[in-house]
Design a protein. Sequence first.
Lengths: 363, 363
Amino acid sequence: MKSSIEAVYHIRCEAGVVDGRARAIAVEQSVEMPVEGIEDECVLDEIVGEVHEIRDLGRGLFEARIGLNAQTTGDDAGQLMNMLFGNASLLDDVALHDAILPPEMLAAFGGPRQGFAELKARVGVSRRALTCSALKPQGMAPAALAALARRFAQGGVDYIKDDHGLAEQAYSPFADRVEAVATALRSGGFNTRYVPSLTGDLDTLRREIAIARENGIDTVMLAPIISGVSNMLALARDNPDMAILAHPALGGAARIAPPLLIGKLFRLFGAGAVVFPNYGGRFGYSRETCKALARAALDEWGKLRPSVPVPAGGMRLARVPELLDFYGAEVMLLIGGDLLAARERLVEETKAFVASVEGYAYG
Amino acid sequence: MKSSIEAVYHIRCEAGVVDGRARAIAVEQSVEMPVEGIEDECVLDEIVGEVHEIRDLGRGLFEARIGLNAQTTGDDAGQLMNMLFGNASLLDDVALHDAILPPEMLAAFGGPRQGFAELKARVGVSRRALTCSALKPQGMAPAALAALARRFAQGGVDYIKDDHGLAEQAYSPFADRVEAVATALRSGGFNTRYVPSLTGDLDTLRREIAIARENGIDTVMLAPIISGVSNMLALARDNPDMAILAHPALGGAARIAPPLLIGKLFRLFGAGAVVFPNYGGRFGYSRETCKALARAALDEWGKLRPSVPVPAGGMRLARVPELLDFYGAEVMLLIGGDLLAARERLVEETKAFVASVEGYAYG
């Protein structure tokens, strides 16, 4: 079989049935029908998934490496997700752990058009980690959000992203919000970049990118699992000057390994920065998961630009040295709530955040 | 708080911490920041999620009913998913069980433009269940798929859907496949409807719908979780004459209750038929889940048209009476692999399937 994709599944089952389970997944994720019903020799030779290897990981968990024909994806991002995990996502005992993709596919998708290096260059940073905070809570009017952005900028933060809950809402329409925040930062002479959150169907996403561009914005955020990965890729292709931050909302990530989904696939489909729940915060990712995710976003992979890992979710100022020890300079640290909770001391706390990141002795 | 959405979460935790966990989810799914950092009284009153009720379901599982402000969704389908389960999807111990939505929101999304009644009318069926089969395996050329469709039609099946693995692929381009299959059915004088599978970004989905329409096709399929629910809704709005079958691929459905995701939300966002893994097949849904899903698709819900439940996934001809006992006439039975496995007897087996559905004594 011509199996240029290798999908790696983790299967929870008895040792005696794992061969059959792996073969069933190979069939499910390719022809999805009884193999004995297939008359076409080409399909049997070229399309039916092939079990390459099964390894016992211990404690009733097995790893199955399954070859899939890359032609089945037609170089569409959504169809790649479908072939990797479409029906298998409905199987309780199967997780998608990794995917090894052929070089032609990496070239076809192309990865970030604006990656880590470009995100650093935008804010004139060379050796240190990047800093980021978040505009929230939703419910605030554009002028209030703009005033908040101005205070973050006074604190010297590199990027200010919308909370992923900010959308096209009556109390804060996208166009008004973007204009208010962009004007506040520009008129203040700040180099801080505002990253508005895009939502809606592809038409709406495009309208929002146009509004962002009119306001001099060069970095945007979206949630690829909500928007559909094919649509993120379309935006990346059509807007090679825009950096895209990917947000993990609805990513569940319990059944697709986060290093694969967020670190690898979001990068492949055009995200130059990937937000993920850091260990020790409000979410349950382990240190190992976070490290693997950061490596997947950064490691050499074909000719794809690296994406910057953006650990987030309940980070506190006091943890900055620990996080830089863990991630090094190749990271964008996102602290939102902890700065907002400082209220009237927000500018000072933001300055302390920035000073902590600038003053760290990078190895 | 003006809480017109009630989201129902199932939380696995110790009884002593459930109040705090529920409050944390209410905050996570609304303002996503420490409440003590919020200065705006309106946000505190109107936007912060509110725990309405907590029930002990036993065995360490709790149900929390949480009020969310409907304005936060801006009537966008993706943003509704985001507000219901965006960040909570990253919490291992939380599942989204149900969502009670305000009447205005049902009206704004509008549900299926072509629902169960229209799907029956298309094929001249009034009292019995509908029948469906699937074109597969992928890898076959258009002419071979067309020949297969012709044999299913000779067997008298109502609908023939593409396998959800069929996409825009070099060995079977969408336009060629649709033309070949549509021509085969039309030239044979069959009333059987062909349901091609749409994939790709919204532009591509629209191009494919246009091709389908040029070929006289009035029913299409897509996977809303892969395409993005906002894009399915855009297609439903722009193409009120097209019936849409929703496929659960990538739906995982382990963390969002399938009756909610597939039965309710896919219907709300425009799907007139919802495919789901039937109990006792290759997937793990229980009888109770399948029944609840079918009810959610069919039950009176505002002014939304009902969607037809389409149980699938390893169904066998011999189970038809059992399935009709279970679902009644309000179902579309989908049998793919079991008919294909009959090979040279495919037409006869399809006739037997149709006869079994037609001959059943509906209550």
